[in-house]
Design a protein around this ligand. Structure first.
Ligand code: NAD
Length: 427
C-alpha cells in the first residue's frame, strides 16, 4: 500500500529547519510541511508562502501550536539550544513526534527530563546528529559493526574550527557567551563529535571523563596594538587584521550569511552599504574579536575511559586556518584513520600472511553537496521512516541513543571547570 507523506510542522523557522524541510521538495511522497510556529513574523510568513500553509496552521510559538487541535503527525523543532526542552515537552504531550535539533538539552537535568517525557507520552524524538548520516561516518560505522578492525582499543576525534567559523559563531556570534545561549563551546560545536564517539563505540559505554580547555586567544590582552573596538568604526587595522569584520564579512558577504545578516532578513534589495552599516552599528559581528563579550573556550580536550578499558579523546581547536574533522580508531586487528572534509579514510589491517606486515586500502566516499557532507536530507528521510515504524538506518539518532554523548559533554565541562577532575558517568 502506498504510504502518505508525513505531515509535519516547522517549529522555529531558522535556517536549520529549512534545510530539513527541503526533503518535502525532493521527496514529496515522504514529507509534507503543513504548518509553522515562529514568533518572528517575517520568518513565519516566508515559510507559510514557501509551503502554501493556510493561516489557521500558522502559530506564534510551539506552545500555542501544542494547545491547538492536533493536525499533523510530527514537528521539526529548530529553535535555539536553550528552549529545546520547554518547546518540545508540550508538543510530545500533544501527540507529536519530534525531529529536534542538537543539543537536545543544555544541562543534565533537562536532558533527563526530555528522555522521561518522550517515554511518558509514548512519542518518538530524533536528534539532528547529521554527521552520523554522512557517507564518511556511516561507512566507518558499518566497518566497525562488521568487526573488520576487531575490538576498539582507542578512538581519537578532532575538530579544527576555522578562524572565520570560530569568530562568527563562538567569539562574536550566537554561541559566544554561555550566560546568554546556555551552551558551552563543547556542547554547541562538538556534541556532534562526542556523539559520534559514543555511537562508534557501540555497546561499550563511557565510564569516566576528564577535560581541560580555556579561551587562550580571544582576550583583550591579545588584541593587536592600536586596534579599535569596532572593525569598521575605529580600527586602523581594518584591512589587515586576521579577524577584521571587513575582511571576513564584507569582502566575503556570502560566507556565514545566515548568521551575520539575519538582522536584514525580510528587507528587500539589501546592498553592501546596508551590510556595512549593520556592522558599524549594534551587530555583534562588527566588534573586535579580541574585545567581544565572549566567555566560551577556544580549545578543549576531552578524555573518556570506556567500561571495557578502551580510551577516547576529542580535541576541539578553534582558530585554525582550515575547518576540519579527523578520526583515528585503533582496534585489535587493524585501524581506520580519515579526514571528513576530504571524504577519505584508510583501513589498515594486520596482515596474517607470512610476510607479517599490514595491508592497507583507501576508501573514498562520495561527498554530496549539502552542508553536512550528505547528512542533512538523509537524516530527515530516516526520521520519516522512524516515525512510520519502517526500517531505519544504522545512523538513527533516537533520543535514548543520544543521551550518553550529551552526558559526556556535560561532565567534560564540569571537569574542565574543576581543573580536569575525573567525573564518573552514570547513564
Ligand atoms: N545539526 C547541526 O549540525 C546544526 C548546525 C547549526 C545549528 N544547529 C542548531 O540548530 C538550532 C537552530 O539554529 P538556527 O541557527 O537555525 O536558529 P535560529 O535562531 O535561526 O532559529 C530559531 C527560530 O526559533 C524561533 N523561536 C523562538 N522561540 C520560539 C518558540 N517558543 N516557538 C517557536 N519558535 C521559536 C525564532 O524566532 C527563530 O526564528 C540550534 O539549536 C543550533 O544549535 C544545528
Amino acid at each position: 500500500m502506498e504510504k502518505k507523506p508525513l505531515k509535519t510542522v516547522i517549529v522555529g523557522g531558522g535556517h536549520r529547519s529549512i534545510v530539513y524541510s527541503q526533503l518535502a521538495s525532493v521527496k514529496p511522497d515522504k514529507l509534507e510541511i503543513v504548518g509553522v510556529a515562529d514568533p518572528d513574523e517575517v520568518r513565519r510568513n516566508a515559510i507559510a508562502r514557501m509551503f502554501d500553509i493556510p493561516a489557521e496552521h500558522c502559530f506564534k510559538t510551539a506552545q500555542e501550536l501544542a494547545k491547538a487541535p492536533k493536525f499533523a503527525d510530527a514537528v521539526i523543532n529548530g529553535t535555539m539550544d536553550d528552549i529545546h526542552v520547554e518547546t518540545t515537552v508540550p508538543l510530545l504531550e500533544a501527540g507529536y513526534d519530534v525531529l529536534l535539533e542538537k543539543p537536545f538539552a543544555v544541562n543534565e537535568s533537562e536532558a533527563r527530563e526530555l528522555v522521561e517525557a518522550a517515554k511518558k507520552y509514548g512519542r518518538k524524538v530524533m536528534v539532528c546528529f547529521v554527521l552520523r548520516y554522512t557517507p564518511f561516518y556511516s561507512e566507518i560505522k558499518k566497518r566497525l559493526v562488521s568487526g573488520e578492525i576487531g575490538d576498539i582499543i582507542n578512538i581519537q576525534t578532532c575538530e579544527y574550527v576555522s578562524y572565520h567559523h570560530m569568530s562568527t559563531s563562538h567569539v562574536r556570534g550566537k554561541w559566544n557567551n554561555s550566560d546568554r545561549c546556555h551552551s558551552s563551546m563543547l556542547l554547541a560545536k562538538c556534541c556532534h563529535d562526542v556523539d559520534l564517539m559514543m555511537w562508534l563505540m557501540g555497546d561499550d559505554k563511557p565510564a569516566f571523563v576528564s577535560s581541560f580547555g580555556c579561551n587562550q586567544q580571544f582576550v583583550p590582552e591579545n588584541a593587536p596594538a592600536n586596534s579599535g573596538t569596532k572593525c569598521l568604526v575605529d580600527c586602523p587595522l581594518v584591512d589587515e587584521c586576521l579577524y577584521s569584520a571587513k575582511r571576513i564579512y564584507i569582502d566575503h558577504p556570502d560566507r556565514w550569511s545566515f548568521y551575520v545578516w539575519d538582522a536584514l532578513e525580510g528587507k528587500e534589495n539589501v546592498t553592501i552599504e546596508d551590510k556595512i552599516n549593520l556592522l558599524k552599528g549594534d551587530s555583534p559581528y562588527g566588534v573586535c574579536a579580541f574585545k567581544s563579550d565572549n566567555n566560551v573556550v577556544d580549545h578543549q580536550s576531552v578524555l573518556v575511559q570506556f567500561k571495557s578499558g578502551a580510551t577516547g579523546t576529542h580535541n576541539m581547536v578553534g582558530g585554525s586556518s582550515t575547518g576540519r574533522r579527523t578520526i583515528h580508531i585503533v582496534g585489535t586487528k587493524g585501524e581506520i584513520d580519515g579526514d571528513f572534509e576530504r571524504g577519505i579514510f584508510r583501513v589498515s589491517l594486520i596482515d596474517p600472511s607470512p610476510e607479517c606486515e599490514f595491508r592497507s586500502k583507501t576508501v573514498d566516499v562520495n561527498v554530496a553537496n549539502d552542508s553536512h557532507g550528505g547528512g542533512d536530507l538523509a537524516l530527515a528521510s530516516d526520521f520519516v521512516d522512524y516515525v512510520r515504524g519502517d526500517e531505519t538506518t544504522l545512523s538513527c539518532t533516537s533520543i535514548e541513543d543520544s543521551f550518553a554523548g550529551h552526558l559526556v559533554v556535560f561532565l567534560a565541562d564540569t571537569s574542565r571547570e574543576n581543573g580536569g577532575r575525573v567525573e564518573k558517568v552514570i547513564l
